[in-house]
Design a protein around this ligand. Structure first.
Ligand SMILES: NC(=O)c1ccc[n+]([C@@H]2O[C@H](COP(=O)([O-])OP(=O)(O)OC[C@H]3O[C@@H](n4cnc5c(N)ncnc54)[C@H](O)[C@@H]3O)[C@@H](O)[C@H]2O)c1
Length: 318
């Protein structure tokens, strides 16, 4: 399907990711069907979109008219057939369970038009396996967003073994139209690119915390003001070139063998989860949160993201 022909999308799942993704499609002019199992989740998703838009409008990143028009373009439903009927594109954001996604993609193969592009926001499951029982699997691809999806630019397009070049090309152009920064992941490897990198960082951080090398606050400072600061300007691949590959070899020689090599979830994390400390959503995790503090953290995070986006756009214009 040609990019100009794409005008409607079904977003499946209305949780953390589905709500923000529905928002960004609607703000770009797409007719959106937002699907979830219950009316309550759908109503909460619309409230979340309104809240997201308020922050964008307050920071002059969205006009009130565009926000209102976008909301009018979003229809909600608890009926999958109604959501998918005649749409050009589907983006699935249901829970991260392979069996559930396989069932849904098998069903989508039957209830969607044969040319409808079918995409999954899985964080790292195999696209090939998700598409295994779908008719016309060439139109299935990973479309992996980053939270909060209405702000973070990166979206990974992940090729399954059957994904066609045309599917990848159309999704790439589409994501650029949505104002996103698409990247093509050429092979269907677990975790794709972003989550492989992030997971390696998490494993090392948890090792440092478990061994009381530093406080959580200080580890966050190191990342935000050191590597993270640098990576927002030049990526880690180029960082190696600038450091000198001979130096990278020397450091790797003594440091690689020191890295954590666990192949199971970290013990400290499992202990916290067992105690019901699941992070922000339970008020306690690696940090402690009050409701007010959490609302402030999210608001300030989104405002910083918007500022970074604005700076990036200004840089590109000069
Ligand atoms: N949360 C993140 O940071 C993030 C980032 C990128 C990708 N993802 C991926 O996106 C997907 C969704 O994650 P999320 O964090 O939005 O999850 P979530 O739990 O917030 O939302 C899931 C949604 O699916 C609905 N749902 C659950 N079971 C269902 C079923 N059987 N049929 C229909 N609807 C059902 C829920 O009501 C909810 O609306 C996952 O595959 C996840 O790995 C998440």
């Amino acid at each position: 399907m040609d990019i100009e022909e794409l005008s409607s999308v079904a977003v499946l799942g209305a949780g953390i990711m589905g709500s923000g993704i529905a928002q960004i499609f609607a703000q770009t002019g797409f007719e959106v069907w937002l699907y979830s199992r219950t009316e309550e989740t759908l109503q909460n998703a619309i409230k979340k979109i309104e809240h997201n838009q308020e922050t964008l409008v307050a920071n002059n990143a969205l006009s009130p008219e565009t926000a209102r028009e976008a909301l009018r373009r979003i229809s909600t439903t608890t009926d999958l057939v109604e959501a998918v009927d005649g749409v050009d594109l589907v983006n699935e954001n249901l829970p991260e369970q392979l069996e559930l996604k396989q069932e849904v993609f098998e069903n989508l193969g039957e209830i969607s038009l044969p040319e409808t592009l079918l995409t999954t926001d899985t964080s790292g499951l195999s696209i090939t396996e998700i598409a295994e029982r779908t008719s016309h699997p060439g139109r299935v691809a990973g479309m992996h967003w980053w939270n909060p999806p209405h702000i973070v630019p990166l979206v990974e397009i992940v090729r399954g073994e059957s994904t066609t070049d045309q599917t990848v090309k159309t999704l790439y152009t589409l994501l650029e139209k949505l104002g996103k920064k698409p990247v093509v992941v050429k092979k269907d490897v677990p975790g794709f690119i972003g989550n492989r990198l992030q997971s390696a960082i998490f494993r090392e951080i948890l090792y440092l915390l478990e061994n009381e090398v530093a406080e959580p606050e200080d580890i966050d400072v190191v990342m935000k003001y050191g590597p993270g600061f640098r990576y927002s300007a030049i990526g880690p691949v180029q960082t190696m070139d600038l450091a000198g590959l001979d130096t990278v070899v020397s450091v790797s020689d003594y440091l690689f063998k020191e890295h954590d090599r666990s192949t199971k979830p970290n013990r400290l994390l499992k202990k916290l989860v067992k105690e019901g400390k699941l992070g922000a959503k339970t008020g306690s995790g690696l940090y402690e949160y009050t409701e007010e503090a959490l609302a402030r953290i999210i608001r300030e995070r989104d405002e910083k993201f918007i500022q970074v986006l604005r700076n990036n756009r200004e840089d590109q214009e000069h």
